[in-house]
Each structure stands twice: as C-alpha cells, then as structure tokens.
Design a protein around this ligand. Structure first.
Ligand code: ADP
Ligand code: MG
Length: 255
C-alpha cells in the first residue's frame, strides 16, 4: 500500500462548545485529485484549514507524507505539540489557494509570485523572479507579469494566486472553493489550470461545488455533511445510483 499524502485520523474540531468536525477519518491518495463536497457550513473549509495547520485540531491527528503535523496523540489521547521547526517543515509541503485571491494590490503579478521566495526563502531577486516567471508561464500569464491585480480579471488573479502557491514547490495543493468568487465565464480558465496540474500528477485536495470537475478529474470524492464524512469513494460510486438521500439533496441544490 502506498503511503497516503495526508492521513486524517479521528479529527475533532470545536469552537468553544460547538463541534464543527466530529471525528473525521480520511486518507488523501498521492498523485491524485481528492474532492471534498458538501453543503455550506458542513466543515469543508475547517477540514482543509486543519490539514494546512492554519487551524489547530481539538483532537485527532493529521499526518502529512508520513509525518505527524501539529500534535501527536498517544493511545490515551494525550496530545503533544510537535516542535515548531518540524511543523514548519511539514507545512512547507502544502500549498493553499483560497476563494479570495488575497493578492498584494501594490505588487505586480510577478511581484506577488516572487515575494515569498525573496522574503521567506531568501532567494535573490533575479532567481526569485525567474522561478516566478516559470510559474506564470505555467498558468498562461507570462504576458501579464507586469500587471497589477486591479488590471487583471478575477480568473487571472486566481491563476496568479495558484502560481504563487506553486512557486514554493509544494508537494500537495489544497484548494478551497477556488472558483466560487468568479463570474461563471471565468471559472473555466481556473479549472483548466487545475486540470493541467492534476495531469502532471500533483496531489490535490479540492473543495468545490463544480461537480463536473469533481466527477471528471477527481479520483476520490468525499461528502461532508454537518461535520461528518458520510462517505468517500470513486466518482462512479459516489455519483452513481442509488445515491444517499443527503447527497441527492445536495446535488439537487448544486446541479
Ligand atoms: P464550509 O466550508 O463547509 O462551508 P466551514 O468549515 O466554514 O464550512 O464551517 C463549518 C462550521 O463551523 C459552520 O457552522 C461555521 O459557522 C463554523 N465555524 C467556522 N469557523 C468558525 C470560527 N472561527 N468560530 C466559530 N465557528 C466557526
Ligand atoms: Mg468553506
């Protein structure tokens, strides 16, 4: 059996007294696209944010590439914080793209993609810009390298955000509703970039209401409902009939 890219075990997340994730078990296969679907408020973003360690789980463990992220847990459920340097090293394997592009408005596309390479990775301006340019080529935006976000369409801005994440050379890319804030005519260009990335064998976890994308690109579809993973499987199994009533209801809303 190949090692999962990310293994989530009995993950519980509470905000105060409210449990948002009720014990999630999920394995993300390497080199494939795993899609998370489910109604608004079901906990998809929280799960993704826990995987990226932007959020600390209340209990349970997350293992990335065989290494425990954040907290380890012994058999008695005692939690022990993983050293910060180890967490940073594990986190650097993960790139994330959000619904909101969060680009720096005062920087060009090239500036946005090269910034972290210079400030975090201490690369020279020349090297950082060369690597940033490679990523802009990859998302089809080399001709827009000198444009500011306000001069780019939403779809182009999101492609810059993807290039920015890729420039850090992650092994795993997490996408949280990457096309949800785009006009419908602009979603295709972003999904195409994601398809290309999938075809290159990037491990991806995608939260999206684009059921067509999930069905054609995803190898694993997981359905989250009220903080519980109701089921997970290949698209043929999940979307084939008969369907779970909650999924049927969800598809009625989004198809
Ligand atoms: P989804 O992405 O599926 O729409 P979320 O993960 O954003 O769902 O949210 C799941 C639930 O957790 C929602 O009920 C939401 O209100 C709640 N929630 C999310 N973030 C917080 C927070 N920081 N504090 C309190 N409740 C939160
Ligand atoms: Mg969300």
């Amino acid at each position: 059996m190949t090692l999962p890219a990310i293994a989530v075990r009995n993950l519980v997340k509470r905000y105060g007294d409210t449990a948002v994730l009720h014990g999630i078990d999920l394995e993300i296969p390497p080199g494939q696209v795993s899609c998370l679907i489910g109604p608004s408020g079901s906990g998809k973003s929280t799960l993704l944010r826990c995987m990226a360690f932007l959020e600390e789980a209340t209990s349970g463990t997350i293992t990335v590439d065989g290494e425990v992220l954040g907290f380890s847990e012994n058999s008695n459920g005692m939690r022990e914080r993983i050293p910060a340097a180890t967490n940073r090293a594990i986190r650097s394997k993960i790139g994330m793209v959000f619904q909101q592009f969060n680009l720096w408005p005062h920087m060009t596309a090239l500036g946005n993609v090269s910034e972290a390479l210079r400030t975090v990775h201490k690369m020279s301006r020349k090297d950082a810009e060369a690597r940033a340019m490679e990523q802009l080529v990859k998302v089809g935006l080399e001709a827009r390298a000198g444009h500011y976000p306000s001069q780019l369409s939403g779809g182009q801005q999101q492609r810059v955000a993807i290039a920015r994440a890729l420039a850090l050379k992650p092994k795993i890319m997490l996408f949280d509703e990457p096309t949800s804030s785009l006009d419908p005519e602009l979603t295709g260009e972003v999904l195409n970039v994601m398809r290309d990335l999938a075809a290159e064998g990037m491990t991806m976890v995608v939260v999206s209401h684009e059921i067509g994308f999930a069905a054609t690109v995803g190898s694993q579809i997981s359905f989250l409902d009220q903080g519980r993973l109701l089921f997970s499987g290949p698209p043929s199994e999940v979307f084939g009939k008969p369907r779970h009533p909650r999924l049927e209801q969800f598809l009625d809303t989004y198809l």
